[in-house]
Design a protein around this ligand. Structure first.
Ligand SMILES: [Ca+2]
Ligand SMILES: [Ca+2]
Ligand SMILES: [Ca+2]
Length: 312
């Protein structure tokens, strides 16, 4: 039996959802049961073409049902004003009810990463309360990177409870984005000191699949390169461990360091003999195996400091 407060909540939410739709909806018949829930935005094509499938980037909550076997709801995220600086789409989705059989899955393509979609799943015991999932995705103009799907991770559905999905635009706290690709590294300005030549820069692994690529020029007079990557400890712990690669001018990886504990402060370092002059690179990214091509989550707090020092 459904508790009365839960039924009332569902009716209230359904009214709000119908009001939010810009297109006229068929009026439910008085005896409309859960099996007659209006379901829209069921394909990639609908998300790309129908105004009712737009999720505005102003955190307006959108409510709907995962209401049938294999129901998958598609949304197109649209900025409400021109985006003029590197920005992040923060997307949240979940159920605000005490119970649902749906393991809500939020899926999206992430720019600069492997072409298959990235997903976050709220996998929970059906008797336990569900929670929300969140993704931080770099904002790009390409509509294919602003498509989201909401579904169950298997075959469950829920005609009693609506999920909520909402998206907002926030500034990327990393001042050097986009720098995920080797052709566009962020230059580290080097300054001569008595101990040698060095440069320091900061960044944030803020988004899904974030890689921060830095470049610096190594002259023939340099004999060794020291790299140091530092970050404070975070509570709760970050969803990743920091790591860096040092690459020589040919693109070969000559150093690879990874932190061990995501809850501890990061202090990684290496000293490498210079094999050739030219532009060397440091890639800062979440630690993962070389053969793992999925996108790691980002975290808005994860500011780090990277120092490069050249010794004569
Ligand atoms: Ca649906
Ligand atoms: Ca970054
Ligand atoms: Ca980056």
């Amino acid at each position: 039996m459904i508790p009365r407060w839960r039924t009332g909540g569902r009716l209230l939410l359904l009214t709000g959802w119908l009001t939010a739709c810009s297109e006229p909806e068929p009026t439910p018949t008085p005896d409309a049961g859960p099996g007659e829930i209006t379901d829209a935005c069921n394909s990639r094509e609908e998300a790309l073409t129908l105004s009712e499938c737009v999720l505005p980037l102003d955190n307006t909550p959108r409510q709907a049902y995962v209401s049938a076997l294999y129901d998958s709801d598609w949304y197109r995220v649209e900025a409400v004003a021109p985006v003029t600086q590197p920005s992040i789409m923060r997307v949240r989705a979940g159920y605000a009810v005490p119970q649902t059989p749906v393991n809500l899955t939020l899926e999206a393509n992430v720019p600069f990463t492997a072409s298959r979609p990235t997903s976050r799943v709220n996998r929970h015991d059906p008797a336990q309360a569900p929670s929300f999932v969140e993704m931080l995705i770099p904002y790009v103009e390409d509509a294919n990177f602003r498509l989201l799907t909401v579904r169950d991770d298997a075959t469950a559905f829920d005609t009693q409870s609506q999920y909520t999905v909402q998206a907002e635009l926030i500034a990327d706290p990393d001042g050097h984005e986009p720098n995920n690709l080797p052709p566009s590294p962020t230059p580290i300005p080097l300054v001569a000191t008595e101990q040698g030549t060095s440069g320091t820069i900061t960044g944030v692994l803020a988004t899904e699949g974030d890689v921060d690529v830095f470049g610096f020029q190594v002259p023939a007079t340099a004999k060794s390169i020291s790299v140091q990557l530092k970050a404070e400890a975070f509570t709760p712990a970050l969803p990743f461990r920091f790591s860096y690669f040092l690459l020589d001018p040919s693109g070969g990886i000559v150093e690879r360091k990874a932190a061990l504990d995501p809850a501890a402060a990061t202090d990684l370092g290496s000293t490498t003999t210079v094999s050739s002059e030219g532009r060397w690179q440091v890639w800062v990214q979440p630690a993962k195996a070389l053969d793992q091509d999925f996108a790691m989550p980002g975290d808005l707090r994860s500011r780090y400091t990277l120092e490069v020092r050249l010794q004569p």
